[in-house]
Write a protein that binds this ligand. Structure first.
Ligand code: G1P
Length: 275
């Protein structure tokens, strides 16, 4: 059972400056909902209700968002606007939220290791809120939990990207698991390779299920690409033991860490909303 989901949310969001100068990038809205709320909703749909956030300076708005605002509640009680708080209220009722701060920005691997204190010794999910995923039938995390239950090892979500974009992602090499067309056992993985060095065009997107031995591996992982401690490098250690599955999920993914992806997501959700 996966009960906890970690949200690394300490990054500066420099691609969205000046919007992210005083606002966490995870709080940027697609329509009326902040990115991180979409992520938490996906986790809840997957049966997870313990939310762990690796936060940082200037990120307090995230805590306030997942809390009751008594003045606001009082103000809109009984009015037509009250319904606008239904979804967030439901999340606050269903979930517990805990926070720890990453005091130095040393990469995604380091952020995940910082979350150990909130996760403990159990398998857990990781959601990068700026990768916004949607699937009508079954959310991406729910699909990944099914895969985890089958293989009992770490799972990463992958998607095919144009070859000239491999330098934006962790990229895998793997062998299809017999009898499947969407499940690979990873043999190699590289963080943000140049297209000429990329082992494939199968890119890791911001959804992971990790077994807790990843923390000990991360403690030993040296700084890699960009001088940062990379989760990709730590996962490669598990992959060498045959213990990482890459899963081609069903559904859509928007790279809301880029302006193009953010606008695409906004338009897509807006079109769906229309009668
Ligand atoms: C991180 C990971 C990368 C992964 C990506 C998915 O990179 O390091 O392996 O492919 O998330 O969004 P970032 O986008 O934080 O630079």
């Amino acid at each position: 059972m996966i009960k906890k989901c970690l949200f690394p949310a300490a990054g500066y969001g420099t691609r969205f400056l000046p919007a992210t100068k005083a606002t966490p990038k995870e709080m940027l809205p697609i329509l009326t909902k902040p990115l991180i709320q979409y992520g938490v909703e996906e986790a809840v749909l997957a049966g997870i209700n313990t939310i762990a956030v690796v936060s940082g300076r200037g990120k307090r708005a995230i805590e306030d968002h997942f809390d009751i605002s008594y003045e606001l509640e009082h103000q809109i009680k009984g009015g037509s606007k009250e319904v606008l708080l239904d979804e967030i209220r439901a999340l606050i009722t269903k979930c517990t939220f805990s926070y720890t701060r990453q005091v130095e920005m040393k990469g995604l691997g380091h952020a995940i290791l910082t979350g150990e204190t909130l996760i403990g010794n159990e398998p857990f999910a990781v959601v990068l809120a700026d990768d916004l995923c949607h699937n009508d039938d079954k959310g991406v995390l729910s699909q990944m939990i099914d895969v985890y239950e089958k293989y009992q090892c770490s799972v990463v979500a992958i998607e095919e990207v144009p070859m000239d974009q491999t330098n934006k992602y962790g990229v895998i090499a793997g062998k299809l698991v017999d009898g499947t067309d969407d499940t690979y056992r990873i043999t190699d993985m590289v963080e943000k390779p140049d297209p000429k060095d990329a082992p494939s065009n199968l890119a890791i997107i911001g959804r992971y299920i990790l077994t807790p031995d990843i923390f000990d591996i991360l403690r030993e992982t040296k700084a890699g690409k960009g001088g940062e401690i990379q989760i990709t490098d730590a996962l490669l250690e598990q992959a060498k033991q045959g213990k990482v599955i890459a899963f081609k999920f069903k559904g859509k993914r928007f790279d809301c860490g880029s302006v193009d992806g953010f606008v695409e997501a906004t338009n897509w959700f807006y079109d769906r909303m229309k009668p």
